[in-house]
Design a protein around this ligand. Sequence first.
Ligand SMILES: [Zn+2]
Length: 146
Amino acid sequence: MIEMPENCTECGCGLSWASDTCPKCGCYVGAPNVREVCVEREALMERYNEAMDNNRNRGCESNTKAFAEAVAKDSVAVINFWPQLLLQFLLDTNALYANYENQVRAEIRRPAQRKNDRTRSGTVGTLFGEYGKDIRCAALSLDGIG
Ligand SMILES: [Zn+2]
């Protein structure tokens, strides 16, 4: 298993799991979500191999390989927008994309309905914790449709 570095390689200071910089010397230590996923790489590879074995046993290995190759070669990241928001985003050359958490925090949008807001906040918290505010999620699409 690949371990997430716990100390800065430059100064030896203990690192925060949620930060991309060393708290002492300020050097870049890598995006926390990427560092976190490195730990899961081995388990993900095991799941992939199990799925490939399963597909091989069911006689659909070539379809799975073709899909994996298409995703690797042709997929694009897509984010869905409301048409009005997309128009505003495209017309304003200074517009930046902000995720839900940062839009609410910056008071440029209201929170969603209570249930949806709690679901969103809970999901982001469960998946990413403190650095969830810095994550911009997108889906991979083979046809560009979200
Ligand atoms: Zn350091």
